[in-house]
Write a protein that binds this ligand. Structure first.
Ligand code: FRU
Length: 508
């Protein structure tokens, strides 16, 4: 009998993804340090290896040459309380940050955590209830600073001996060092810039602060590059900032906490999206339009971004979860996964797209294709079924329709339903019958158009929908039975609908 390595057992459980990044075991949240180094993509993530719950944050690590196959790597950063060096500044955790190649080495900048009060600098017993993973209560008990680790091989990391490299004094007039996290570095005209999420001292607003450096190591505060309205309508804390640019148009990505719902929008606890504008480097000010979400589903948060050094293409990736969801895989020894990488693009009309990258086509195995599929009742198509694959449907949106995924009869019917209703112009995702886990409905308004493409990525316990090359996206966790893998195409009740084409590619 072959003995199962208990540390790998989690990877053999039914909801563990086939082509998404997930922890080998333990808990994962935000993606971190997304970059290209030494001929590979590197993705790090907020990681707690000692349980399937959030806890003192490490950085887990995976690498890939092609976005399709990811390899687990050793833990990259360990908090001081648990590391050999017992570093004072990150004793209590290593929060989100970025990865940059500098003079041949891979540098990761992360936010170090240190308790101030009881359980703080002078105490050996941190109080777990002081941890503030969602940053929502903001007890003010933790000092956040920015630190580096570096690596020559992209796998083994050493803490930089001059850490912390950004340390804001308690009496700083603009920046409170409490909610002060998630650094993202980029270079421009021979200088380095770094944005960091922050809340002002009285907590009435959140801001993104900008630092600059000539030499990558000495950072000076430059400005408040963007700030929220004082009425919390734009959220309480902007986490995980970053800037991409397309010509002179800048896109600021942020993950705002607690944006109040507006109509169909913003029903998850926190949001992840972007603002478009222009960045004045002299003043250090971003002039921008409204906030838009990257995703209209349930599970998409803490987006991070990278720019490929050779092609200039931008990619984003996010945590495929929401704080406060039910994570049904926890008893299986793991929790959470990342989304597929998406290519961040700007269309000619200025619309920001997040598209499935072409690289993912390499996952395709068996193909089943149909044209002009006319249905007047719920219909299955031979070969079009599965839980690990890609479904592409072309349709004209003048007709109402639904596409049901992960369908199973069994003792309890299971299905996750995506539908479009052209009169109300509503796209709807309904996961009330999706299986175990949270139910609920998410919707958004989309104008009818003639040639519309709906592309789904399925991976055991997740579904990601992209409409029109990433003009709209909807992401959700689902926890169906393994055998619930049918796909059903249906018209509105009593009607008919014609799908111009249906293509299914299995990945296994
Ligand atoms: C976002 C976040 C980040 C922080 C990390 C902690 O989900 O709250 O702001 O760096 O998670 O794990």
């Amino acid at each position: 009998m072959a003995l199962l390595n208990p540390l790998e057992a989690a990877q053999k459980t039914k909801w563990y993804p086939f082509y998404h990044v997930a922890p080998p075991y333990g808990w994962l949240n935000d993606p971190n340090g997304f970059c290209w180094y030494n001929g590979e993509y590197h993705i790090f993530y907020q990681y707690h290896p000692y349980s399937t719950d959030w806890g003192p944050m490490h950085w887990g690590h995976s690498t890939s040459k092609d976005f399709c196959h990811w390899e687990h790597q050793p833990i990259a950063i360990t908090p001081g309380a648990l590391s050999e060096g017992h570093e004072w500044y990150d004793w209590d955790g290593c929060f989100s940050g970025c990865g940059v190649e500098f003079e041949g080495k891979l540098w990761l900048m992360y936010t170090s955590q240190r308790f101030n009060g009881p359980g703080g600098v002078n105490s050996s017993a941190p109080n777990p209830s002081d941890y503030n993973p969602s940053g929502s209560s903001g007890g003010g008990n933790v000092t956040e600073r920015q630190c580096y680790v570096y690596s020559e091989d992209g796998i083994h990391f050493t803490k930089y001996d001059k850490n912390p490299v950004i340390d804001i004094p308690n009496d700083h007039l603009v920046i409170a060092n409490i909610d002060f996290r998630d650094p993202k570095i980029w270079d421009h005209n021979g200088k380095y810039y770094c944005v960091i999420g922050n809340r002002i001292r009285d907590r009435s607003r959140t801001q993104i602060v900008l630092f600059e450096s000539e030499n990558f190591f000495d950072w000076t505060y430059k400005s408040v590059v963007a700030i929220s309205k004082p009425d919390y309508s734009e959220g309480t804390m902007w986490e995980c900032p970053g800037f991409a640019h397309f010509g002179d148009k800048y896109v600021m990505i942020i993950s705002p906490q607690h944006v109040p719902p507006q109509g169909y929008l913003f029903h998850n606890i926190h949001q992840a999206g972007y603002m478009v504008g222009s960045l004045d480097y002299d003043q250090g000010v971003f002039t921008h339009g409204d906030f838009y979400t990257f995703d209209y589903g349930f599970d998409f948060y803490a987006t991070t971004m990278m720019k490929h050094p050779d092609t200039g293409r931008y990619f984003i990736i996010a945590w495929l979860a929401a704080w406060q969801s039910r994570f049904c895989e926890q008893p299986d020894g793991w929790a959470n996964l990342l989304t597929i990488p998406r290519e961040l693009k700007m269309r000619e009309d200025g619309k920001v797209l997040t598209s499935p990258p072409d690289e993912l086509k390499a996952l395709r195995k068996e193909h089943f294709g149909y044209e002009n599929v006319k249905v007047d009742k719920p219909t299955k198509l031979d070969g079009v079924k599965g839980s690990v694959g890609e479904l592409i449907v072309n349709i004209d949106t003048k007709q109402a329709f639904s596409i049901e995924l992960r369908v199973g009869e069994g003792e309890k019917v299971e299905k996750t339903v995506f539908s479009y209703e052209p009169n109300e112009r509503l796209v709807t995702l309904n996961r009330d019958q999706a299986g175990a886990g949270d139910g609920g409905v998410r919707q958004f308004v989309m104008d009818p158009c003639e040639n519309m493409e709906w592309r789904f990525y399925l991976d055991r316990s997740s579904i990601e929908l992209f409409i029109n090359d990433g003009e709209y996206a909807m992401t959700t966790r689902v926890y169906p039975r393994t055998e619930s893998d049918d796909i059903v195409f249906a018209p509105a009740e009593g009607g008919t609908v014609e799908f111009k084409s249906v293509d299914y590619y299995s990945f296994v």
